[in-house]
Ligand binder design. Sequence first.
Ligand code: G1P
Ligand code: ZN
Length: 543
Amino acid sequence: MSANTVATSFFDDQEPGTSGLRKKVRIFQQPHYLENFVQSVFDSIGDFSGQTLVVGGDGRYYNRHAIQIILKMAAANGFGRVLVGQGGILSTPAASHIIRKYKAFGGLILSASHNPAGPDEDFGIKYNIGNGGPAPEQVTGAIFACSKEISEYKILKADDVPLDKITSAQLGGMQVEVINPVADYAALMQSLFDFDAIRELLTSGFTIAFDAMHAVTGPYAMHIIEEMLGAPDGTVKNGVPKEDFGGGHPDPNLTYAHELVDILYADNAPDFGAASDGDGDRNMILGRRFFVTPSDSLAILAANANCAPGYQGGLAGIARSMPTSAAADRVAEAMGLECYETPTGWKFFGNLMDAGKVTLCGEESFGTGSNHVREKDGLWAVLFWLNILAVRKVSVENVVREHWRKFGRNYYSRHDYEGIDTGAAEAVLQQVRDQFPKLPGQTLAGRVVKHCDDFTYTDPVDGSVSCNQGVRVLFEDGSRIILRLSGTGTSGATIRIYLESYEADTLQHDMDAQDALAGMIAAANKISRLHELTGRDCPTVIT
Ligand code: G1P
Ligand code: ZN
């Protein structure tokens, strides 16, 4: 075995997006493409000689191949040890926990989250730092800069490391430990939630369905929900991870998780339903014929945090991404807590958690989490809900309705227009920006516009400033229209329009969100001239 230095030339498209580098598999399969990016990471993160790296992914196509390359490159670059999940599997939250628990220098997580998988679909890689969270912008910026100058990379000439058995192997001077991907994570969940109370609930007639969507949460959910918590066999649907996610689109929302939605809206529906995404960091919560919006879910977890042993000591604060509804702000205010508003993407929460400023955080995009790791965590949210239901002994719908009665309802929806020409998408946002000077004071959808801007975030911990994080039209009554472009897509542009209006009157809490927001939707389409500029007359996905 010897280390080999391989000459390469740079690629100009290796800029990490909202959550790492995501491209079509075919792009990653170009000679040197993955190697260049991995070497750019290693060249940007400081002195790791002799240290530990965590490696694992969501099991999608190319995962195993990429892991072998990473192991050989980590050995050639001087890591002392790599912890890799058995079969190459680690959910994103489990990887975050393992980085923290074993005090690793960092980790490489292989996933394109909820994007479809397979030879013609997507692959992704991201670097997480020693706190277990996604690399902050200074690091991703340095990686991108390196990727534009790279001329060689280091890789060990060696046989592939067998990944299917829990074992350890020597690779050059580096130790490879193949670890159980579930055990540490399951123990962490057990330390946070009242497993006895949840087991009692699940074995006394309360019925649930969990859809792992053929992605990474299958083994985690089967072990925790069926084996540890005693739910009947078959509670976890689609629990075997597949390289192509069974041809599906493992994004837990009403559109893509329709198999679960059909079960929860059927006549004999279970009491509770949940799904997670490709890499296990997202969650969707359903009651019997009832959908909980992710924004409400964050607010409800915060308001009921004292049901879960891990949070009974109180919350330090709450954080939500800017487009997420302000439902959590109302809970924070009532509880006397600070509520932080960050740009989209989990990386902004890490600093707040490390500084002890927040305990819970969430995004409207089906992401909720806490300071137990530095990623959002799908199964954690499911267990938190089950813990609340086990303690309160009321239905999901009643928990939510009672919450609205107390705090009011933030009607909320996101409309996505996928696969738009990049120039047209930019033009839509610019169209709204051009009206910033004249919109304030105008009435749209019966509401008066108070203020418009491009959202800028100044990190309260390190003072770093992130500009252009979304176009905002803010109304006097707290309603909002927000537009931004996705940073995770792999073809064309995706315009996201976020719509929110607040309703205090309990008698008005029974409307369908699309109906309640109809005026706001029409106003958003009008001020952005979206239909004219893109040629689209309806969204691809509504959540
Ligand atoms: C999307 C979501 C965002 C989430 C990210 C990673 O990013 O909107 O909230 O953090 O995926 O899961 P976007 O495509 O909007 O940039
Ligand atoms: Zn994900």
